[in-house]
Design a protein around this ligand. Structure first.
Ligand code: ADP
Ligand code: TRP
Length: 335
């Protein structure tokens, strides 16, 4: 049987952080080693353009995402790694799919709805203030990314499930219209662990809250950030509830089971916050120092290796894209 396609994209909108590592990067790297699947992973740079208009930042963040993936174990020999902007077929399909996407479906897409809601709360007279058409039709471009590669599985975080469902709906409208299976129907693949990683202030770790621990921060910065994690005011010797502590939640992500159990006991026995944070820093640094070195090596050599990997990925992705577009053009009658 042919291998099933597994595909995911990451938007280059900032420095990757521990939440991205656990929620997106690590699961996609692990999945890419399944024997029965062909993985296509890409940098969703045109999605980032909906909000990011600084050319230098867009280009830097794009390289950083590619470097992060490779530094954390993605094997470019196994995975087709590419930039969305290198695949012109995505944008051709984007238009075609737009002609099959009901406008009402876009009105209900959550990123757009969130902008409208914000405008309502701020008593803006124009509820669409600050919304560009790229943001509004974001799910269509995403459907194009997915359907173009005949994707079966899309590993994503819970916040993206609605987008995958939209892609699936649009694929079904298209297939039904032309009475043939032009597109494979995609499905979201949600990581079982599904953990929401807390940030320095205890809220969800997110660029938008400015509470992140960047994966590749230098050791000294890592240490400073760990010391800034919010804790309660309990003193050394007072028992601490591990399940309510960000320090503990982060520790268990990177430590072994035996270490985590010992750490839990230390919390119950009243470990001092300073000592708990020193230990957290140790295990974080142990996990991240290897990837950090590889990441900087990839970015520092003028990013030549990195650029070569991306340049080599594009034609492999385009070969699949072109085969799909052939079927699409034939179906709609513009052969
Ligand atoms: P941010 O909230 O920092 O802007 P993104 O929305 O760009 O992050 O998220 C990129 C990917 O990382 C998504 O798949 C998302 O599910 C995952 N992710 C982001 N933050 C977290 C977190 N705190 N815990 C788990 N996964 C996360
Ligand atoms: N929208 C996704 C995000 O914000 C990124 C993305 C773009 C994507 N195209 C995709 C994810 C296709 C999976 C499949 O994280």
């Amino acid at each position: 049987m042919a291998q099933q396609v597994i595909l995911t994209g990451i938007k280059p909108t900032g420095m990757p952080h521990l939440g991205n590592l656990v929620g997106a990067i690590q699961p996609s790297v692990d999945l890419s080693y399944s024997q029965d699947k062909q993985a296509f992973y890409f940098i969703a740079d045109y999605h980032a353009l909906t909000g990011l208009k600084d050319a230098k930042e867009l280009s830097q963040y794009s390289r950083q995402i590619a470097a992060a993936w490779i530094a954390l174990g993605l094997d470019p020999e196994r995975v087709v790694l590419y930039r969305q902007s290198d695949i012109p077929e995505v944008f051709e399909l984007n238009w075609i799919l737009a002609c099959f996407a009901p406008k009402g479906l876009m009105n209900r897409a959550h990123a757009y709805k969130a902008s409208v809601q914000k405008n309502q709360e701020n008593e803006e007279s124009d509820l669409d203030a600050g919304v560009n058409m790229g943001l509004y039709t974001y799910p269509i471009l995403m459907a194009a990314d997915i359907l173009l590669m005949q994707t079966r599985w899309v590993p994503v975080g819970g916040d993206q499930v609605q987008h995958i469902e939209i892609a699936r709906d649009v694929a079904q409208y298209f297939n039904r219209q032309y009475q043939r299976e032009v597109f494979t129907l995609p499905e979201a693949l949600i990581d079982e662990a599904g953990a929401v990683i807390p940030g320095l202030d205890g809220r969800k770790m997110s660029k938008s809250y400015g509470n992140t621990i960047p994966i590749f921060a230098p050791a000294t910065t890592l240490q400073k950030l760990v010391m800034r994690i919010a804790t309660d005011s309990s003193r050394p010797g007072e028992p601490k509830d591990p399940d309510k502590s960000t320090v503990f939640q982060l520790y268990r992500l990177v430590a072994t089971e035996a270490e985590t159990e010992a750490y839990r006991q230390a919390f119950l026995a009243g470990i001092a916050w300073k000592e708990a944070k020193d230990q957290l820093y140790e295990v974080l640094n142990r996990k991240l120092s290897g990837p950090r070195e590889r990441y900087h090596a990839l970015l520092d050599d003028g990013a030549e290796t990195l650029d070569r990997i991306l340049v080599e990925g594009a034609p492999k992705a385009r070969a699949v894209a072109q085969a799909t577009m052939k079927k699409v053009r034939k179906a709609i009658g513009v052969e």
